[in-house]
Write a protein that binds this ligand. Structure first.
Ligand SMILES: *Cc1c(COP(=O)(O)O)cnc(C)c1O
Length: 390
C-alpha cells in the first residue's frame, strides 16, 4: 500500500440520514459533487447519494456534469457556476441544468436548445447578498417571466446562495435573515407574475445546521455530508439556540481518512538535518520514518512542523519540510514503530464505550494550516487511490 484515501460510505450514508432526519421527509437533498466530490470521488459519491435517497446532484463545471452522465447518472444535475456559451452544446447533450442569472445567456441557451428540439430544465439563480452569480432581487420576476416564454426551457427551480450561513455570530445571523427575506420577496414576486418557481432552494451546510427558515423545498449541503460541521449550533445566540432546540442534534462523521505506510526507518545523529531547507536539526540521536506522502498528494506543505501523524495509536511529529512526494516523521530514539507500519495522516477514528472520536480530522489539519476542511479534502490529488468501504 502507498498513500490512499479511505472513503467510508457507511458514514456518508449516516450523514445523509442525519440531514434527512433534521430537515424532514418532505424536503429534498441536492448533493454537491463538484471538485471530484470534494475529493471523495464524484461518480461514486453521486451514485451512492442517489442510492441513499438524494434527489439530485450539483457540479461546478460542464466537464464534471458530463463525467456523471458518462458514468450512468440519470438524476438531475445542477450546474452551479456560470458556463460559457461555447459549452452550451455539451450542456444540452448531457442535459445539465444551469443556474441562470441573466437574459443574454438564457436567450442563447433557449435558441440552441430549440434547434436541437430539447426542452431543458433550468434553475433561476437570485443574488440576495452573496455578491456572486444570480440576478438582482428586483429583476427576478422579469427573468422568470422571460424563462417561461422560452419554449425550449423549463423553469424547474429557483435558488439563492448564502454568504455567512455558517457563522453563529449575531451580525452574520442577521445578514442571513436579510438574505432569506429578500429571497422570499423574490419568490413571491415570481409567483405574482404567474410563474411557478419550481423547487425553491437556498441552504448550504451552514444553513442546514443553523437556519431552518432557509430549508424551503430542498437543501444543498456539501461539506456537512462529507462529515465536517461548517458551524456549531451550540455557539448560537440564545434566541436562535432556542429555535434550534426542537431539532435533534446533528451527528455526523468525517468520511475520508488519509493513510500511508512507513517505507523506511533511518537513524539520524545529533546535529544532522532533515529535508529541504535544513529547517529541522536533530537535537539528539533519533530515528525518522519516511512516509511516501507529500504535497503532491495533497498533504499541505504548510503542515511542516505543525502536524503529527498517527502510527500504532501514537502521534509523531512531522520532521522538517514536507516534500512533493515524501515526508519524514520523528519517531524518537527508541521507536516502537516498525517498517511497513500503517500511518494515519488524518481522520483516524477511535470508538470508546460511549463515544466515537475522530482524532486529527481534516478539519484539525485545516486549522493547523489556516484553511478550511474543504480545501484539504479537495486537494487530495488524483494519484491517491480512493478505497471505498461500505
Ligand atoms: C458548493 C455549493 C454548495 C455547498 O456548500 P457547502 O458549504 O459545502 O455546504 C451549495 N450551493 C452552491 C451553489 C455551491 O456552489
Amino acid at each position: 500500500m502507498r498513500t490512499e484515501a479511505v472513503i467510508y460510505l457507511n458514514r456518508f450514508k449516516d450523514n445523509i440520514n442525519a440531514v434527512k432526519a433534521r430537515i424532514g421527509k418532505e424536503r429534498r437533498i441536492c448533493v454537491p459533487v463538484k471538485a471530484n466530490g470534494y475529493g471523495h470521488g464524484a461518480l461514486k459519491i453521486a451514485k451512492k447519494s442517489l442510492e441513499y435517497g438524494a434527489y439530485c446532484l450539483g457540479v461546478a463545471t460542464v466537464k464534471e456534469g458530463i463525467e456523471l452522465r458518462k458514468g450512468g447518472i440519470k438524476a438531475p444535475v445542477l450546474l452551479f457556476s456560470q458556463p460559457h456559451p461555447d459549452e452550451i452544446p455539451e450542456i444540452l447533450e448531457a442535459r445539465l441544468s444551469p443556474f441562470l442569472s441573466d437574459i443574454e445567456f438564457t436567450s442563447i441557451l433557449n435558441s440552441l436548445a430549440g434547434k436541437k428540439k430539447i426542452k431543458l430544465p433550468v434553475h433561476l439563480k437570485i443574488d440576495t447578498g452573496m455578491g456572486r452569480i444570480g440576478c438582482p432581487v428586483n429583476e427576478a420576476a422579469s427573468l422568470a417571466k422571460h424563462i417561461k416564454k422560452c419554449a425550449a426551457l423549463e423553469l424547474t427551480g429557483t435558488a439563492t446562495h448564502l454568504a455567512v450561513s455558517d457563522s453563529a455570530d449575531s451580525n452574520d445571523i442577521n445578514y442571513t435573515a436579510m438574505q432569506l427575506k429578500l429571497f422570499k420577496k423574490a419568490i413571491a414576486a415570481i409567483k405574482n407574475a404567474g410563474v411557478n418557481p419550481g423547487i425553491v432552494h437556498a441552504a448550504n451546510s451552514g444553513a442546514v445546521i443553523l437556519h431552518p427558515e432557509a430549508w424551503f423545498d430542498m437543501v444543498r449541503p456539501g461539506i456537512l455530508l462529507y462529515g465536517y460541521k461548517a458551524a456549531d449550533e451550540y455557539e448560537l445566540p440564545l434566541a436562535s439556540l432556542k429555535k434550534m432546540s426542537k431539532f435533534k442534534a446533528l451527528q455526523i462523521e468525517p468520511v475520508m481518512e488519509l493513510k500511508s505506510t512507513v517505507t523506511l526507518i533511518k537513524k539520524i545523529k545529533k546535529g544532522e538535518t532533515v529535508s529541504y531547507g535544513r529547517t529541522w536539526t536533530v537535537a539528539q540521536d533519533t530515528f525518522i520514518a519516511i512516509i511516501p506522502t507529500g504535497y503532491g498528494d495533497g498533504f499541505p506543505r504548510l503542515a511542516s512542523g505543525r502536524w503529527q501523524v498517527e502510527i500504532g495509536g501514537e502521534l509523531y511529529p512531522v520532521a522538517g519540510r514536507i516534500c512533493m512526494d515524501q515526508c519524514c516523521i520523528d519517531i524518537g530514539p527508541k521507536p516502537g514503530v516498525q517498517r511497513w507500519d500503517e500511518v494515519i495522516i488524518f481522520g483516524s477514528r477511535q470508538q470508546t464505550a460511549d463515544e466515537i472520536i475522530i482524532r486529527q480530522s481534516a478539519a484539525d489539519l485545516a486549522k493547523a494550516v489556516r484553511t478550511i476542511p474543504y480545501e484539504i479534502t479537495c486537494n487530495i490529488n488524483r494519484r491517491v487511490p480512493r478505497v471505498y468501504k461500505e
